[in-house]
Design a protein around this ligand. Structure first.
Ligand SMILES: [Zn+2]
Length: 153
């Protein structure tokens, strides 16, 4: 092998090594891509918006309107004051008149209470969502968690 041949051979090898390193780098960057969290970002921001409307904008009517539109159901009515016979609840939902009753104005701006009662409406008019208290609680908590995740709460 001549010196010239050896030089060319080394150059080729070096190019090869550089190429391999580049490929490895590309592979690394592909592997290091941040994995998207397993959440629906649209749903996350929707839920955060509902919490903000109720708690910070003090606009539960719009929150109810947007919830109803999102879940494609007719809007429930919302009233302050509990129906006769209800004394202890913070809120309640009456199927007969499709109305959410909120015990006092303070709870009108409590996202947990409003969203929890909306769940009962959703269950009532669609039958699609399971109707236990546990599910109403989980439904409302998922909105609060979204707001915490986004940073509003
Ligand atoms: Zn309930």
């Amino acid at each position: 092998m001549t010196l010239e041949e050896l030089r060319k051979s080394l150059e080729k090898l070096r190019d090869q090594l550089t190429l391999d390193r580049t490929v490895m780098k590309m592979d690394d960057s592909a592997n290091n891509k941040p994995k998207l969290p397993a959440v629906d970002l649209g749903e996350l921001h929707f839920k955060n918006r509902i919490v903000e409307l109720i708690r910070f904008q003090k606009n539960p009517e719009t929150a109810i309107y947007e919830l109803s539109r999102h879940y494609r159901v007719d809007r429930p009515a919302i009233r302050i004051g509990l129906p006769k016979g209800e004394k202890k609840a913070l809120g309640c939902y009456v199927k007969r008149d499709k109305t959410i009753y909120i015990s006092s104005i303070d709870y009108l701006y409590d996202p947990y209470v409003v969203i929890h009662e909306f769940y009962h409406h959703l269950r009532n008019v669609t039958g699609k969502h399971r109707g236990t208290e546990r599910h109403a609680k989980e439904f409302a908590v998922s909105f609060l968690e979204s707001a915490v995740f986004v940073g509003s709460l």
